[in-house]
Ligand binder design. Structure first.
Ligand SMILES: Nc1ncnc2c1ncn2[C@@H]1O[C@H](COP(=O)(O)OP(=O)(O)OP(=O)(O)O)[C@@H](O)[C@H]1O
Length: 273
């Protein structure tokens, strides 16, 4: 087990999530995630992709199991080191979670609160902080928009700013929950290309949930397929045959999961990690 933790960036062992209403969204799930990999989570709506991502950064407390991170003091994520874990864990959301009436720069600086604590927002940002935020905005190609209101940007531009906000945190692990779900196909591909290129250049470990199988095939080093809370596929894009893809999105429920999974995914409130 120790060897696996040393070689992996992230180890999930028997992570299980049953929500307060009795829904088991994630059956016991174990995964070893290697350093610097670009792992894509696929699965139909309600399969448990967001639940898995949120279990990793502690936005959801697993009912059972543990998450271990190679470079985290203590190794296993617990209440004691959760904040430290989140400092190194950037998150990109489907709906950006930008504050529309604030400037792009102010939104990106929010990413620094993960490393400084929320009280930092009570004091003016230092010049060094602003320069770092501007550098992150430049990396996503939107420096000329730094002083524009966030709500004047297009959806694709807003998602680029969401990426810049995660980057300013200097994460080691980047989690992205359907980051391109609300974009048109061409914009989705260009935003995902940007995210992929940055992760590779900075050697970030990335776990990205997607609905677009074609994009997963294009960018993933590894695809993990979830179906009704269980891992039913784990392999490369080449190994995801048409048959495996059909099985991943098949409608019928596994016998042991019951009808609790028939309801559509509910909307959820996310918080930055
Ligand atoms: N807070 C919650 N309370 C109860 N059930 C929940 C909660 N959040 C999610 N669920 C349920 O858990 C299951 C998995 O949801 P989850 O959002 O993880 O799936 P998903 O694969 O990310 O779906 P989507 O692609 O639609 O976002 C679904 O049945 C969903 O309704």
């Amino acid at each position: 087990m120790k060897t696996a933790i040393r070689e992996s960036h992230l180890s999930l062992r028997g992570i299980t999530v049953t929500y307060a209403d009795g829904h088991t969204a994630l059956a016991p799930t174990s995964l070893e995630v290697q350093h610097g990999g670009f792992l894509v989570l696929l699965g139909a709506s309600g399969a448990g992709k967001s639940t898995l991502l949120r279990s990793i950064n502690g936005l959801v407390s697993p009912t059972d199991g543990e998450v271990s991170v190679a470079d985290l003091p203590g190794g296993t994520v617990s209440k004691r080191n959760l904040l430290e874990h989140r400092r190194h864990c950037g998150m990109v959301f489907q709906q950006h979670h930008l504050i529309g009436r604030q400037s792009v720069l102010a939104n990106v600086l929010m990413g620094k609160l993960a490393t400084r604590g929320s009280l930092a927002s009570l004091w003016p940002w230092s010049k060094a902080d602003k320069l770092e935020a501007l550098a992150a905005i430049d990396r996503v190609g939107l420096l000329e928009k730094a002083l524009a209101r966030a709500d004047t940007l297009s959806g694709g531009q807003q998602q680029r700013i969401g990426i810049a906000r995660a980057l300013v945190q200097k994460p080691r692990l980047l989690l992205a929950d359907e980051p391109v779900a609300s974009l048109d196909p061409a914009t989705a591909q260009s935003v995902l290309t940007l995210l992929h290129d940055i992760c590779k250049k900075d050697r970030l470990t990335a776990i990205v949930s997607l609905h677009q199988v074609n994009l997963a095939r294009m960018f993933a080093d590894r695809i993990v397929g979830l179906r009704q809370g269980q891992v039913v596929f784990d392999g490369t894009a080449a190994q995801l045959t048409e048959e495996a893809q059909s099985a991943l999105y098949a409608k019928s429920s596994p016998a042991n999961m019951g009808s609790q999974f028939d309801s559509p995914s509910q909307s959820k409130e996310f918080l930055p990690c």
